[in-house]
Design a protein. Sequence first.
Length: 155
Amino acid sequence: MTTTSALLTQAVQELAGAPKEGLGEERESRWRGRRIVRVGEAWHLGALLLTETHALATAEVLRAADPGRRGYTAESARARAERRAEALRGGFAEGDVVHVGWSVIDVDAVDAGVASGPLALIDGVPSVRWSAAGGFMPLDAYLRERVPLLRGGVD
């Protein structure tokens, strides 16, 4: 049986050289205000973010941008624009993709039969819940589909 850890390690090896996206964390100070600062980078594979050492569950994804002077018809649009501006203030370049609110997946727990983030053992098979409303699919098949898609722009 292939373990979750082994599948993710293989995926990381296959992703070497593929483009990564920024990992951000929210910070706030009296002098600099609210901002999202870079704390690392990861490969984005849908519900998963992979670093060389960790698997993370994807949460909020945004693109750093200046909100400009626009009129907003919805408060949610104003809030999204402010989040993009926080990433810009935190040091991300205009247009950078930023992941915020991600969480570390306990891969060892998954291999022991305990679900963590979008990963779980389903009938002994490492599996991923690929969307909040979606069901589980085998992690091996998920990675075989996602890794080549991400590598598509590399070779």
